[in-house]
Design a protein around this ligand. Sequence first.
Ligand SMILES: C[S@@+](CC[C@H](N)C(=O)[O-])C[C@H]1O[C@@H](n2cnc3c(N)ncnc32)[C@H](O)[C@@H]1O
Length: 200
Amino acid sequence: MARRRELWTESEPGANPFALPRGLIGHLAGWIMARANRAQNTEVAGFLGIGDEEDVLEVGHGPGVLIELLARHRGVTVTGVDPSSEMVRMALRRNAEAARAGRVRVRRAGAQATGCEDASMDLVVSVNTVAMWPSLDDCLAEFHRVLRPGGRSVITWHRRPARFALTVEELSTVEEAVRKRFGAAERHELPSSVVFGATK
Ligand SMILES: C[S@@+](CC[C@H](N)C(=O)[O-])C[C@H]1O[C@@H](n2cnc3c(N)ncnc32)[C@H](O)[C@@H]1O
């Protein structure tokens, strides 16, 4: 069977408005994702079991639903990065109050260069973005760089609907790359997401 597309190439995610939302169509894609992916982002937030006082980086936050869920925890600060200006605007609007209070920061950047300081985060999480990264190894190196010792990296992707799921081969590629960078990798299957976890 033909592959759907080349993953983890150095090229941009292309014209798919869900992969890199731009302009009016991108805004619409963000609106759809905020609704369609809310249950999955809620599931991921539950899985994270976030404690008080954690510094969290979300990579590829899209419309900002997970930021909103995480920022509800006392003492938690959430930094969001996304290469889409449209998604940065949407996430800021959704989290305006938390941003004003200094608990949420959002800026335009990608998984390969988040702009965060070395060892400044307790958790780096990314939901439904790993297939858009230009290079798995470079992006995982960036996650590792920004994590404090003992910090967690959590990468998740859709399990449902089946047409969005990664192939068995692609899932193994992600798991192997995480293992190579962090020394160990865990894979969990939640109802809506496959999760790759690792600790620095
Ligand atoms: C399918 S959406 C997922 C959005 C959100 N995390 C969710 O689950 O609803 C993919 C997101 O990844 C972002 N993205 C694309 N290329 C990226 C990259 N190189 N690094 C980080 N995020 C990227 C897009 O701008 C988009 O917001």
